[in-house]
Design a binder for this molecule. Structure first.
Ligand code: COA
Length: 260
C-alpha cells in the first residue's frame, strides 16, 4: 500500500516503517499518525514479517515531535481527540504481536520520544537527542509520555525531564535507561537489522507471548503477573514450535519454527 508520509518495505522477515517528512524533521501530523496505525496493523498481519523497525528518513531526525502547527489549533475537545488518537497508535505499537525496534536516528522529541517509548526496544545513534519539551509549548506529553517514561526510567527522572523540558543526548538517554544502546550513526540500521534477526530466529508465538506477559504483568501485582505468565507459558507448551524447539535442542539440530 502507498503512503504519503511513510516508506515501508519488507526484507528478510523484517518490516520497515520509515517516517518520510525529512523537511519537517519527520514531525507527526494527523495524517502520519493515521498512516502509522495502518502500516503497523498491516505489518502485524503480514506473514512475511516477524519483527518491525521504526525509524525516520534523513540523518537528522527520528521524529521531532507532534506537528506544532496542528497543536496550535487545538481546543479542549479537539485536543483530547488528538491525543487519544496518538495514544491508540502507541498502544497498538506497544502491544503488537511482533517485536518492534525503534532505530532512533536523530531528534526524538515529544511525540518522538513517546513513539520510541511504545516500541519494545530502543537503539539510538550517537547523534540522537531525546526529551519531552511539551511544557515549553504550554502543553504536557499526551501520547503516553507521562506514563511510559515514568515506568521506564523511574518517577524522579521522568519528573525532572518532563518538568524541565530538557533535551538530552544519546549517552545520557543510555545512562538513564531510556535507550538500550548507543551506536555510531553509520551502524544504526545494520545494528537494528541484526537485532531484529536475532529475535526472529526464535519462535514467533513465544515472542508474542513474551511481549504480552511483560506488558500485562507491568500493569498488575506481581502475583497476578506471575499467574498470567504461567497461563502464557502453558499456551506455549501447546504449540508445535515448542515441540520443535525442545526436540531440536535434544537432537543437537537447528529448530525450524513455523509460528504454529
Ligand atoms: N512540528 C512541526 N514542524 C516542525 C517540528 C514539529 N514538531 N519540528 C521541526 N519542524 C519543522 C520546522 O518548523 C522547520 O520547518 P520550515 O523549514 O518549514 O521552517 C523544519 O522542521 C526544520 O526544523 P528547524 O527548526 O529549522 O531545524 P533545526 O535544526 O534548527 O532545529 C529542532 C531542530 C528539533 C531543535 C527544532 O526543529 C525544534 O525545536 N522542533 C520542535 C521540537 C518540539 O518541541 N517537539 C515537541 C512537540 S510536542
Amino acid at each position: 500500500m502507498g503512503y504519503k508520509n511513510l516508506l515501508t518495505r519488507k526484507q528478510d522477515g523484517v518490516g520497515w516503517i520509515i517516517i518520510n517528512r525529512p523537511d519537517k524533521l519527520n514531525a507527526l501530523n494527523s495524517e502520519t499518525i493515521k498512516e502509522l496505525y495502518e502500516a503497523f496493523l498491516s505489518l502485524q498481519e503480514s506473514p512475511d514479517v516477524r519483527a518491525i523497525i521504526l525509524t525516520g528518513s534523513g540523518e537528522k531526525a527520528f521524529i521531532a515531535g507532534a506537528d506544532i502547527g496542528e497543536l496550535a489549533q487545538l481546543e479542549f475537545s479537539s485536543g483530547k481527540d488528538y491525543v487519544l488518537e496518538g495514544q491508540e497508535l502507541s498502544k497498538l505499537i506497544e502491544n503488537l504481536r511482533k517485536p518492534v525496534i525503534a532505530a532512533i536516528n536523530g531528534f526524538a522529541l515529544g511525540g518522538g520520544t513517546e513513539m520510541a517509548l511504545a516500541c519494545h526496544v530502543r537503539i539510538a545513534s550517537d547523534n540522537a537527542k531525546m526529551g519531552q519539551p511539551e511544557v515549553k509549548l504550554g502543553l504536557i506529553p499526551g501520547f503516553g509520555g507521562t506514563q511510559r517514561l515514568a515506568r521506564l526510567v523511574g518517577k524522579g527522572i521522568a519528573m525532572e525531564l518532563i518538568l524541565t523540558g530538557r533535551i538530552i543526548d544519546a549517552q545520557e538517554a543510555f545512562r538513564i535507561g531510556l535507550v538500550n544502546r548507543v551506536v555510531p550513526q553509520s551502524e544504526l540500521i545494520p545494528h537494528c537489522e541484526a537485532l531484529a534477526k536475532e529475535m526472529i530466529a526464535n519462535a514467533p508465538l513465544a515472542l508474542e507471548y513474551a511481549i504480552k506477559a511483560i506488558n500485562i504483568g507491568l500493569d498488575k501485582t506481581l502475583g497476578e503477573g506471575l499467574l498470567n505468565e504461567a497461563e502464557l507459558f502453558a499456551k506455549c507448551c501447546e504449540t508445535e514450535d515448542s515441540k520443535e524447539g525442545t526436540k531440536a535442542f535434544l537432537e543437537k539440530k537447528k529448530a525450524d519454527f513455523q509460528g504454529k
